[in-house]
Structure formats: C-alpha cells, structure tokens
Design a binder for this molecule. Sequence first.
Ligand SMILES: Cc1ncc(COP(=O)(O)O)c(C=O)c1O
Length: 484
Amino acid sequence: MLDALSGIVDLERAASVSLYRQLYTQLRDAILNGHLPAGTRIPASRSMAVQLGVARNTVLAALEQLAAEGYLETRQGAGTVVSGQLRRGLMRAARREPDAPPPDYSLSRSADRMAMITRATPDGENPRAFMPGIPDLESFPRDLWARLLRRASHELEDSALAYGGTWGLPRLRAALSDHLREMRGVQADPEQIIVTSSAQGALDLLARAMLDPQDKVWVEDPGYLGARAAFSGTGATLVPVPVDKDGLNPAGNHPRPRLIYVTPSHQYPTGILMPLARRLELLECASRHGAFIIEDDYDSEFQFQGRPVAALQGLDASGRVLYIGTFSKILQPGIRVGYAVVPPALAEPLRSLQRNSGHIAPGVVQLALAKFIEEGHLRAHVRRTCALYEERQDALVSALEENFGTRMRVNRPAGGMQLVAELPPETDDVALARSYGERGIVARPLSQLTLGDHARSGLLMGYAGYPVKDIREAVAACRDIARI
Ligand SMILES: Cc1ncc(COP(=O)(O)O)c(C=O)c1O
C-alpha cells in the first residue's frame, strides 16, 4: 500500500522546514497534481511512520491537517482516502499549468501613474550627503523618547488599544491644536485635526476626498513628487504652474482648478518663502475659482531669522485651506505621524475616509508625542535643530562658493533643510547627479522635479542631516568628480 507514496514523499531531515510541514506539502502537491487521484487510499499512519522513519505523531498531524482542509476524507471500511470532491478539472486552478495564460499583473491606470513616481531610499541605505528631507537624526532624544513610549504603553486607555479614535487620540489632537495655533497661527480646534501616518497619508486622504477623475490640480513647478503621486492616484489631471521669485504664481491662463497645492513656508524644492501679497492673491484666486488649497507646511518650523511666517490657513476666512503637517522633519521620518487640519464641515466625512483608508498612526506613538509636546520637548528640539541647520546651510553655501564659484548659483532659503544649486543652463543635471551617485553622493536633479518645458538645470541638496565636516568633504568630492 505504501507504494502509493513512492516517488511522492521524500523527506529531507537536514532541511529547515519541519518534517510535518514537508510531509503535508508533498502530499498536498501530489493530490493537486493528480498523482494521488480522488479515492486513492492513504496508508495507515503507523505503517507510514515506520516506512518514512518519522514519529507517528508527525504523520498524524500532517494527515489531520490535510483532512481539515478537505484534501482527505475518511470512508467507512476504506480508511483515509483522497477526497472524492477533488475531481481533475477543479484542481487545474491550483496548479501551474505551462500553457495557461499568466496572470495580468498590470496595475490600474491611476495606480500605474502613482507608482511611476518613485522616491524610495533603497532599504538599508543610511542617510548621507545630500539626501534631501532628512533631519539630524543624532539630535533626536532617543532616551527621552524611549521613556515616553514606555509610559505611554502603560497608560494607553483600552479604547485606544481597540478601534477608538482612529483619526487621532484626543490628547494628541489637543496638544497639536495648541502647538499649531501658537507656533503657526493655524486655526485648529481639536475636532478639525485628523492624525495620519505621515504627510503623504494626509495628502492621499485629501486627494481622495476632494478629487474626481479629470479634475484639475494646480501643482507648483518645480514641485514635490509625493503630492503629484497622491493627486495622480485619483485620476485627476496635474496642471504645472510655474514658481517665480514669490512661489506659485496664480496669474496666467491655466484651466480652472478644483485644488491648488502649495508649500508656501519653504517652497519645495526652491525654498522660496511666499510673501503676504502672493498669499492673498492665491486666496483670492482660489475663491474666484471655487477651488480648495492644500497648504503643505512640512518643515516650516525651521526659520533661521525671526519667527516663522504664519501659515496661509490662518489668513483664510472662507474655509478653503486644507492644512497638512508632519513630524517627519521636525523629529524624524521613522515616527510616521502626520496630520491634516480641515474645515469643520469636512471633519466628519474625513474621519470616515481615514478609517476606511487605513492611514492610521499607532496609539502608543501618538500618546508619547502628545507628552513630548505638552512637556515642552518639541519646542526645545526645534530650537536646537534650527540653530544646527542654519550652521549646516552656511557650511554648504560657502563650500559651494569656494569649490564652484559662480558656476553653481545658490538662492539661499531663509530656512528649511535643503537648497537648490543652479547650474549653467547647458549642464545635464541628470547626468551630473548620476556621476555623483556613482561615488556615493546624492543630489537630486532639479529638471526631474519639473513638469513643464521651463526646466532649469540644478541640484537639490539637503544639508540638515549631515555634519559640517561631511558637507565640506562631499562638496570637495563633487568638484573632483566632474567639471561643470
Ligand atoms: C514638501 C513635502 N511634503 C511632505 C513631505 C513628507 O512628509 P511625510 O514623511 O510625513 O510623508 C516631504 C518630505 O520630504 C516634503 O518634502
């Protein structure tokens, strides 16, 4: 009777997979492949164990699992047999047939547009000069954070351990409300705040909430790829609107927008601070078109001289500005907490959307963050890192001047974490960035952040995350890699 299994079961004792799992898989595959057709009698467990040289329990466990999943059945007088339900044709679906058409793995059209925008840092790569958007990770108070996380995991209420408040713990929303009003002039009652897993999560949420396919979205050009990805994912049409010395310029003949996306505190990537007159112009333009504005305030706290300019949202009396923030820059991207502040009328539907889209931040991290803000650590951290970033910006600007003279022109931003070094127009910024990349230096070509045909040649260079010594060495290496 054991002949039934010859050529079917071949157990490997040295394998990392258990004997039980091997036996189960080999019998299952033999049934699916038709080598053990319906009705085949399976040998008694005792003799199978002896024959295979394994414990009887191992055999019993495999046979029980196969019976539980419907591969085997017990027949009166016949013992255990391959289930009669599993006729040939039925099992084709579970086999890899050589002539069957392969699955069509192409994404939906909108997902494809979204996935085409790739920005990921390869796994396992540590930040290095001049990856943009990376804060100083050394300054992050790990011990304090570990204590707060520990306290938070003890104190978290049952509702937060279950499905309560997926749009944000009340305590974090209250702390954020005070912080945003005080530091950014944002009008934000806790009920208007939706906590997400990142600014990208908030962008995705707002894009889904406000856009239908073919709606027009004005995006800054050059501009932030993450925002473009989120809008493209809805099937909306991106309308690149050029950035001038005051940021996105709403004057011009562009199709009527449903949404306008801006980074007015430090335009991404140029670092331009949008002056008051342009802000008012933008609000007037949105109101004229019946459009909403998304204000992405991702790194506004880092203003080197004086206080940061108040957010656009605080200037808006009509409820058209949807505000987005993140802890990725002010603390570190690994925290994975962002938020949106929305007009009261949108709060309820967005909470529902939030729950259904799953852009939810872990409760324990939220509670630890609330404590971090309440106890004044956030302000202290911003004060420390802001001074550091100013010093690093100085170091990068002077190193670029010393090594490249006027061939790299820097429009020095009033704050933030990165800057654009403009190159002579004939320079191929993509090729230059590639040659830096081959030597381990990261600089993002400006032309790749531009949609329209007015692309300028330049490099986006982050400085916040790197010590002055690294910055100087990397700039000197750039000079040696290629002549500009
Ligand atoms: C303009 C802008 N918005 C948003 C973000 C992303 O924030 P998060 O990490 O929270 O998605 C970035 C990060 O680089 C950014 O540059």
